[in-house]
Design a protein around this ligand. Structure first.
Ligand code: SF4
Length: 394
């Protein structure tokens, strides 16, 4: 009754809003655009532009294809984007408005590339929205390309930019690996056109990243890896190792490992036995469970809004023995947290409500402003947990 995941349209808008100079245009009432734009702006701390055809009652009864065509042309002329992604909403999916046809009819009058996504909220959850945008982009924009001269990878299913992504791209660059395209955070339309020139794809999202990776493997022969993401000391080491192995790059990681080993050992000695609640999307939850365990803490409960095909297998690889929730609603999640008595919660701002009522400090590891990735990110997150535990004991 109190869902923990959101609608397909949210995922579609979020995926498109990560692309440079791209605009999502929702064919629906104004509320969809306002609420999604508000939430994404609040979470990411930067302006997210979400356009709407702002349908009225008569539009959703009789259809409003002309209004949509005018909105596409206006968006193209006023904002001059490289890409317009037209999306249906609940209202226009229910009446079966043909957004593909409307886009086709104005294609010759605009300079932007245009894609259409059926994104009625009831069609599915946000994971399906991410997936459909990435698949549509690859199928309609990516061109066949010869492999780049330098070893390169694509990161697939990464929607939060900021310090984590910058850190990963910089570190890979130092190792001699260039990041060809990130789907979608920070990519340009040109990056997506050239996505097939990478030597390897790495999925960062268990729910939405595997499909595009499989497609790129079948269509262009690019192999892919999906586990682990570089969050925590061991996961980070393994992440760089598998990429370097795959690309046959001779680079010793020992310097990186040694630089952070002392801090890792200090954190482990201070945090041993601390009970942690993890509330997250599946890929991050698996990585966090491994991170918490390697520092000697105990994952008291792991709650995920949804899972992908490899999530439970990867989670069992962490040796986890705690309660696992998948798609539980808010009251079930609250009950599980009360039952398992975590001392700190690793989650996002939405977990503030539980943090306050349980007296368990919240470490927000979801929303992109703090570094969490790589060896350095592991030290930062470990330090934040330690600070929270200490503040709790006073
Ligand atoms: S559930 Fe439907 S009405 Fe609500 S935001 Fe999503 S598309 Fe719009």
């Amino acid at each position: 009754m109190e869902p923990v995941s959101t609608c397909k349209l949210f995922g579609a808008v979020r995926a498109v809003s990560g692309i440079c100079n791209a605009v999502p245009l929702i064919h629906g009432p104004r509320g969809c655009a306002y609420h999604i734009g508000y939430l994404l702006t609040a979470r990411g701390g930067k302006r997210i532009r979400v356009l709407s055809t702002e349908l009225t009652e008569s539009d959703v009864v009789f259809g409003a294809a002309d209004k949509l065509k005018k909105a596409i042309i206006d968006a193209d002329r006023t904002l001059k984007p490289e890409l317009i992604a037209v999306m249906s909403s609940c209202a226009t999916s229910i009446i079966g408005e043909d957004i593909g046809r409307a886009a086709e009819e104005v294609k010759g009058e605009i300079d932007s590339k245009i894609i259409t996504i059926s994104a009625g909220g009831f069609e599915s959850n946000q994971g399906e929205g991410y997936l459909e945008v990435m698949m549509t982009l690859i199928e309609s924009i990516a061109a066949d390309a010869k492999p780049s001269d330098e070893p390169s990878i694509n990161i697939i299913g990464e929607f939060r930019g900021g310090p984590d992504l910058n850190h990963i791209v910089d570190t890979l660059g130092r190792m001699g690996v260039s990041v060809n395209c990130v789907l979608t955070s920070g990519s340009t339309v040109g990056d997506i056109e050239g996505i097939a020139s990478a030597h390897l794809n790495y999925s960062f999202c268990d729910v939405s990243g595997i499909g595009p990776c499989r497609f790129l493997e079948e269509e262009f022969g690019i192999p892919f890896i999906h586990h682990p993401i570089p969050l925590g000391f061991s996961n980070t080491l393994r992440f760089y190792e598998v990429i370097l192995e795959h690309l046959s790059i001779d680079y010793t990681l020992q310097d990186e490992v040694s630089e952070y080993a002392e801090e890792r050992d200090r954190l482990r000695s201070e945090l041993e036995g601390v009970r942690v609640g993890i509330v997250s999307g599946p890929t991050r939850a698996v990585a966090l469970a491994g991170f918490v365990t390697e520092l000697g803490m105990k994952p008291a409960v792991v709650a995920m809004d949804m899972i992908g095909e490899y999530t439970l297998e990867n989670l069992s690889g962490t040796g986890l023995r705690s309660e696992v929730l998948v798609g539980a609603d808010l009251s079930e999640l609250e009950d599980a947290l009360i039952r398992n008595e975590p001392e700190v919660i690793l989650g996002g701002v939405a977990e503030t409500r539980f943090s306050e009522s349980l007296g368990a400090p919240l470490i927000d590891v979801m929303h992109g402003y703090a570094l969490t990735a790589g060896f350095r990110g592991a030290c930062v997150t470990g330090g934040r947990v330690l600070e929270a535990v200490r503040s709790r004991s006073y």
